[in-house]
Design a protein around this ligand. Sequence first.
Ligand SMILES: Nc1ncnc2c1ncn2[C@@H]1O[C@H](COP(=O)(O)OP(=O)(O)OP(=O)(O)O)[C@@H](O)[C@H]1O
Length: 547
Amino acid sequence: MVTDQATGPDSAPGVEVPGESVTPEEETKPGDSLLQAWAEASPGGDLCPAEQPTAGDQFDPHVIWQMALSELALQMPSATYDTWVRDTVVVAYEDGEFIIGMPNAYARDWLENRLRHNIKRTLSSIMNRSVQVQFRVCPRTQAAEAVAPQAPLYAMALDEEESSSRTPPQGEGTEVTVHKRLPGNRPATGGSSGLPPASSGSSPRPRLASQLNPAHTFDTFVVGNHNRLAHAAALAVVDTPGQSFNPLFIYGGVGLGKTHLLNAIGNAALERGYQMLYCSSEQFTNELISAIRNQSTEEFRNKYRQVDILLIDDIQFIGGKESTQEEFFHTFNHLHAAGRQVVLSSDRPPKALATLEERLRSRFEGGLQADIAQPDFETRVAILQSKANKLGIPVAYDVLLLIAERVDSNIRELEGALNRLCLQARLVGRSIDLAFARSILDDLAPQRVACTPGEVIRIVAQHFNLRPEDLTGRRRTKDVATARQIAMYLLREDNGLSLPAIGEQLGGRDHSTVRYGVEKVAEDLVRDEALRLTIMTLRDKIYVPMA
Ligand SMILES: Nc1ncnc2c1ncn2[C@@H]1O[C@H](COP(=O)(O)OP(=O)(O)OP(=O)(O)O)[C@@H](O)[C@H]1O
């Protein structure tokens, strides 16, 4: 069945599309709609009114940055994107160099060290030519100017900084957000739950900036069989915090909606006047380190222990971090004993968190574990329909079917494909029909394959300033052994070689040596952030478009 707009047939049985009849005029939440940003960045609705815009010609750097953001969102976990990338702005574009602004020095260093390569590559690919990138801490007024008119998000966050700077103490550590009550909401005295106030006495609790994504609410969350339990549990948690399922442990693969659901709980909790705190486990760790360094652990503890609802995203990353686990254990116990709600998300269930202390694992298993699986075809279509409605862009129903058919990995990619399609249509000024969608989807998602084993060995060796012969030879110094094990891991995981075949590629090594190397890297990856980054960087080079 083909319809003109993204208003195909009724939702498939079992799929609940949020009840929204969105018109193009409806207000779009910051950061939610790429095209909204586009439209606002281009008065009159056109990027370059005089001619069809091309990204290397006359262009608006804000729009290019919005496109880059949508690409970058696809490349990393949501919590990482929301923490480090979402609030960045283009401060200027000069002589082939994008100057990107962010709120503090810590964020600047983080982006510089970990994402420079990806950001540069993403911008260069959009611009179709090589560009340079510079990161700069952006003072409040400059950010507000830079961000106007297209993306009020960062400016909004800055506006909320009255009582607390987003800049962590001495430029280090990250701020973790305790959300304020919204004006007009009832006070945080609990609701139907009977949850007592999180802090007694009359002194107001801190009012800090919000890191929640306001677009990620229950209203925008499509419910299907893949996420029904997690969704129901999330609703129950907001209705009766601390009483229904405590902790609620939501787990599932990349890009399937865990962060969205945590944000939905957070946004609903704010509306109901609860004191809540949302952060990633990485932020928890960073702030703990910063507190230890600045001798402010008391403050750190007060902040985490006074909330009604604590939401921690990507809890798997505390695995192997002893002090963080210790601190989190006590935080958890404190909140739990006081009847406060804890909600955690993870990429796997507690029992599969190999480097988690047993006492934490048993606590995580003590509430409700709800998984989010891959959505089925009908749900993917329903999600696309909901996103297209929200964008306010007419997308033919058969195009939505095509995208849902092509992209079955996760919802982030699904959304990314739709966003890209809409942007490309806007760029060339045409409507989105099936033929156009096919051509763009073919182009946008070229199949990538790992290069040959010999190339992998060369790339790994080069990364470590070694020669391929060092990896295939007998030397066993630490740097050579590490590089060799990483090569083993990549040859196994990405090239799919058997253990004996890898041994052969690496100078005739025994398969048990190879197994040890592969398993060691896999284990280290769980807790070693630097190693994860190395593997990510290597994979960028190893994967090439399929011929
Ligand atoms: N059920 C859903 N309805 C509507 N949008 C969804 C749904 N599930 C996920 N999404 C969207 O898909 C994108 C990715 O979801 P999200 O960031 O929550 O994934 P995640 O599971 O936290 O991934 P990661 O583990 O990588 O952080 C978001 O833009 C989110 O809004």
